[in-house]
Design a protein around this ligand. Sequence first.
Ligand SMILES: Cc1cc2nc3c(=O)[nH]c(=O)nc-3n(C[C@H](O)[C@H](O)[C@H](O)COP(=O)(O)OP(=O)(O)OC[C@H]3O[C@@H](n4cnc5c(N)ncnc54)[C@H](O)[C@@H]3O)c2cc1C
Length: 379
Amino acid sequence: MNFKLSEEQELIRSNVREFALKYIEPVAAEIDANSRQPVEIFEKLGELGMMGISYPTEYGGGGTEFLTTMIVTEELARACASTGFLHSYSFGLIGHPILTFGNEEQKQKWIPGLAAGKLIGAFSLTEPGAGTDVSAATTSAVKNGNEYILNGTKTFITNAIIADVFVVFAYTDRSAGAKGMSCFLIPKGTPGLILGEHFEKMGVRGSQTSEVVFKDCAVPADCMLGKEGDGFKIAMSALDVGRIGIAAMSTGIAQGCLDESIKYSKERVQFKKPIASQQAIQWFIADMAVDIDAARYFYMNAAWVKDQGKPFSLAASKAKLFCSECAARHSTKAVQIQGGYGFMKGAKVERFYRDVKLTEIGEGTSEAQRMIIAGSVLR
Ligand SMILES: Cc1cc2nc3c(=O)[nH]c(=O)nc-3n(C[C@H](O)[C@H](O)[C@H](O)COP(=O)(O)OP(=O)(O)OC[C@H]3O[C@@H](n4cnc5c(N)ncnc54)[C@H](O)[C@@H]3O)c2cc1C
């Protein structure tokens, strides 16, 4: 792998950084305080081509490698974890499965809007009794003529209250186990698709999280993504891409923590000198800088493996595990460097400290990643 970014990628990174400083940094604390999804930021990102940069040009995208999308995610998360999360989610959990498994009509219907930042999707897999154990899902889709009737409850669904399209997983044949799960693209407003409880969260509060209930929800058979029985495969493929996104998001959070730590430690004077002159603080910062480089290589390597068309599931799990735990470790240190000020509402590191927890849980917990990695190492 060549670790040097292309000129275009370097330019995109610096343009997104500039955009984030101008439009995201000033509102990030307010987004968090009010649990507000920054729709206007995504519209602007869409106009700049940053939502669809890696989609094929025939669907309104920029046609770049997936790695470029991940660089954008990292830079957005460096300013606001919620924005980085939603950027990665849109491509990995919604666009990628439609592009990979959809027919031409489905791609034409959904991808240009996703690429433009105008359409929002909700990946609907988790259920109250089926988190890490996806196969324990109970949502069913029963064929009835040219329709499927869905019944069941999905929980912790990002974007549900504002989504235009739901990527929904349900059993069409429970007796076939994981091979009996299918996937449907269900437009908002479909009768029987009902929003349930809306959740208040500790972090990543700029994303909305809700329950979705399917009650005799009838959808035309042509809403199916892929074939009957492809659902589990589609879910795992989407999560593999999403995990690289969480790794890039984590790296952005860790970089944001380092930015704040450098700035604060040079300004804060105790014992008549900046705390940056104390070796204890220097070591915190040195460890952060080293780990962030490693995290960046990890997610970039996973994205590069995907871009080569090679199997990338294991690389994605390793990247997600390393980058999320790196960011969690250093968000604690970043608060420590700011002492009591870092503990107070309004401190950026206080927000990162809460936001980062999602990266160790969402799209497969750290334990789930260790299960995947150990399964491969011990095979
Ligand atoms: C903010 C947020 C947004 C989310 N958005 C979405 C979304 O848009 N769509 C969606 O479908 N889901 C979404 N999720 C759900 C997320 O994917 C699940 O929370 C996650 O997969 C874990 O499932 P769980 O919460 O049920 O935990 P559980 O699976 O119940 O796990 C609880 C604990 O047990 C551990 N554990 C479980 N099984 C094992 C095992 N075999 N070995 C060792 N340890 C184990 C876990 O690692 C964890 O520590 C979201 C979650 C959050 C917090």
